[in-house]
Design a protein. Structure first.
Length: 142
């Protein structure tokens, strides 16, 4: 397969853009951390199992993500008052602030990454990527 053939594959192009996005947005928190923080920002204290189900993250991976978030003081795990065998997780005020800051930084990175596209092209790209993502998210069996 030649380079020209690879450059015709949307999946190859998407992987290249992901690498570029990571290069631009080097930070202490990565996508999984922000995903969990964003979910927690919309919830009260929530069970780890529910987080895992809602953000489609393997429970053992979630534990690692929560360890990092707790280490930064962005999330807090507590024993569930109703069921002492499980933990609930909540976002801290520092976590809310960190999420706001990271989302603002993501906007700046997005501008750099998508600089060659017009606003209409950006909307079209986002619509098509969302459609593809949601199609596969609906089919996923975890």
């Amino acid at each position: 397969m030649s380079i020209d053939q690879l450059l015709r594959l949307p999946s190859y192009l998407m992987l290249g853009l992901v690498r570029e996005a990571r290069r631009i947005g080097r930070a202490d928190l990565r996508g999984p951390h922000l995903t969990v923080l964003a979910y927690l920002s919309e919830q009260e204290a929530v069970a780890q199992k529910r987080i895992s189900d809602r953000v489609r993250m393997d429970p053992s991976d979630l534990v690692s993500v929560l360890d990092v978030l707790e280490g930064f003081g962005f999330a807090q795990r507590r024993r569930d008052e109703k069921d002492r065998r499980r933990f609930t997780v909540s976002i801290t005020e520092d976590g809310r602030q960190a999420l706001r800051e990271r989302l603002e930084a993501a906007q700046v990175h997005e501008e750099e990454l998508l600089a060659p596209l017009t606003p209409h092209e950006r909307d079209t790209l986002a619509t098509l990527l969302r459609k593809t993502y949601l199609h596969h998210a609906d089919m996923r069996v975890d």
